[in-house]
Write a protein that binds this ligand. Structure first.
Ligand code: ARG
Length: 575
């Protein structure tokens, strides 16, 4: 909540206590943004809700509360309808809030009471495979969360948990050697389509030729025991994939770099220790030759306890073993307060079980919060998981190519094409509730009207244009202090009110890790800006009114550009 809203809420709570006693000392005052302009800026239905418990008429309660309530110069409160409290901020208070915002490079977003060190585990594609739409979501959501948490004052450690280890590498290296490709530099230079072709050849041979399959399995052992030739080829495959992923990250404009890779292979040496420690702690049970851990409360369809496989019957370590090692690294070595895993919701049970086992054996202290941020599936136009016509998963590259093609003819500048295509894709992804599946509808998401990324980019570019013109004619606005005078017009006040919502929404996203609050906020801000333009001419006004309106435009420009930035969306000044 906005700090002034908090203050108001505290005043209202004191009034409730003064009238009806200490039992209400913790009451939620239910102050919400007003649903209609004529209801003021905020409203609360507290009198209605208290009527039952108190056995009094709502209007009677409202009248008593008003009597006891003093909100000073913040604004005024009225009793309305069946028993609503309508709050209107004073124009002076709103003008002050805009002044504060313009004077603060951090746009009135306060430092958190307790800054945290937060791991964000995201993107995490797999070597020698393409990134697909699921990785797109992880990448886009994780990027936005990392940005918001940082802006909110936390320290973010990005971890790209690359799938760079496992039995498939035995097969891939064996295939390379079989084709007499032994030069790591040549392998390191393979591009994505060559890597995929290699994967397909290796897989085909693995499935058809038992001799090859055996050799591939032996190759896994060589890899694990550190045979130099095997290791060099494996590393070259990883490098080639990383180069491809980095190219995608820079195309998407996300923060991930080479330094953020924290692949599964890094934990390989620790896996035997994980098993040994779990054994010592008495946390492992043998089940069909495998070593498994049970966590309370996890049962399969048949009601039987569900095992977390730590070591497979063939002696190999499971995905879960690596994630347990990862948790220990994050807690013990990185000393994080919070770890956030942005991964497809289909892995939610995996994470819940890993977290539960780690808690049970004491590797995850109560002071460390861990969260799996799952997300829904991207659907094709037919409402089924997005597939190509031949039935394959759509790759991220195809998807971005299509998005660029959809907007290409609108702009001359290729950088703008890319910025708008990314905005369309990212905004559509982030504006849904994370858990929801959504249809990848390029026509809708790239439209310049409606709730879309491109629409917000236009709103931003338009306000930049107004400011540029305003600056040119007065010759003193741009780069100077913006003087906010009295906010006479209701549309000016509403825009100012919308601006005060930025700090609370940043805090809310940092807390809930739900980016859609920020997308909705920015859309609301753009709507308030449009309403303001319609009734409050900026460039055609004069004197203090013009100064004030330009100042409102500047504050809006700053909040829009920062807000879009937090979503990983570029805000070009001209489009
Ligand atoms: N590489 C995995 C996949 O593509 C995601 C890894 C997520 N992170 C983790 N710590 N398990 O499904």
């Amino acid at each position: 909540m906005h700090e002034h809203t908090l203050a108001l809420s505290a005043h209202l709570r004191s009034a409730v206590v003064a009238c009806f006693g200490d039992a209400y000392a913790q009451i939620d005052t239910e102050l919400r943004p007003a649903t209609r302009p004529e209801f003021g800026h905020l409203q609360s239905n507290l009198p209605l809700r208290l009527a039952g418990p108190l056995g009094l008429a709502p209007r009677e309660i409202g009248a008593r509360l008003l009597e006891a309530l003093d909100i000073g110069g913040l604004g005024s409160v009225e009793l309305a309808g069946a028993g609503f409290l309508n709050v209107t901020w004073s124009p002076e208070h709103l003008a002050d809030a805009v002044r504060e915002l313009l004077a603060d490079r951090h746009l009135s977003v306060p430092a958190p009471e307790t800054p945290q060190r937060v791991v964000v585990d995201y993107s995490s594609p797999n070597v020698a495979k393409q990134m697909h739409v699921g990785h797109l979501r992880s990448t886009v959501i994780g990027d936005a969360l990392a940005r918001v948490l940082t802006y909110a004052g936390h320290e973010v450690v990005r971890q790209n948990h690359l799938g760079d280890w496992g039995t498939q590498f035995g097969m891939l290296v064996e295939e390379l050697l079989g084709e007499d490709i032994r030069d790591p530099d040549a392998v390191g230079a393979l591009d994505m389509s060559e890597l995929l072709a290699l994967y397909q050849r290796a897989k085909a041979r693995f499935d058809d030729d038992p001799g090859f399959a055996d050799a591939a399995r032996r190759r896994v052992v060589e890899l694990q025991s550190g045979d130099p030739t095997t290791l060099a080829l494996w590393q070259a495959l990883v490098d080639a994939s990383m180069t491809e992923f980095d190219a995608t990250y820079s195309r998407l404009g996300v923060l991930l770099t080479d330094d953020d890779f924290d692949g599964e292979s890094r934990y390989n040496d620790r896996l035997p220790g994980i098993v040994a420690d779990l054994q010592t702690l008495g946390a492992l049970t043998e089940s069909d030759g495998a070593q498994v851990a049970y966590a309370d409360g996890f049962t399969g369809r048949d009601g039987a306890p569900l095992p977390l496989i730590v070591r497979k019957a063939d002696g190999g370590f499971g995905y879960a073993a690596t994630d347990l090692a990862t948790i220990r690294h994050r807690v013990d070595d990185l000393a994080v307060d919070r770890a956030v895993y942005v991964v497809d919701h289909r892995q939610s049970q995996h994470f819940e079980m890993v977290f539960a086992v780690a808690r049970a054996v004491g590797w995850l202290p109560g002071s460390v919060e861990v969260q799996h941020i799952g997300f829904g599936t991207v659907l094709g136009p037919d409402g089924r998981p997005f597939k190509t016509r031949s039935g394959e998963t759509v790759t991220l590259t195809t998807l971005l190519d299509d998005a660029e093609a959809a907007v290409a003819e609108r702009y001359d500048n290729p950088e703008v094409v890319r910025a708008v295509a990314n905005a369309a894709v990212k905004y559509a992804d982030l504006s849904n509730h994370l858990a929801r599946d959504y249809v990848f509808d390029l026509g809708r998401m790239s439209a310049t009207t409606g709730e879309t990324g491109p629409y917000l980019q236009y709103a931003h570019a338009r306000v930049c244009n107004v400011l540029a013109k305003g600056g040119q004619t007065t010759g003193q606005i741009i780069g100077k202090t913006y003087a906010v005078g009295t906010l006479h017009h209701p549309a000016e006040q509403r825009l100012a009110l919308a601006l005060t919502g930025f700090a609370p929404v940043v805090a809310k996203v940092a807390d809930t890790l739900e980016p859609h609050h920020l997308t909705a906020y920015l859309y609301g801000l753009a709507t308030a800006l449009t309403a303001f333009y319609e009734t409050c001419p900026v460039l055609r006004s004069e004197g203090e009114v013009r100064q004030t309106r330009l100042a409102l435009c500047e504050a809006t420009r700053q909040v829009m550009s920062a807000g879009l930035g937090l979503l990983g969306i570029e805000a070009p000044e001209r489009m």
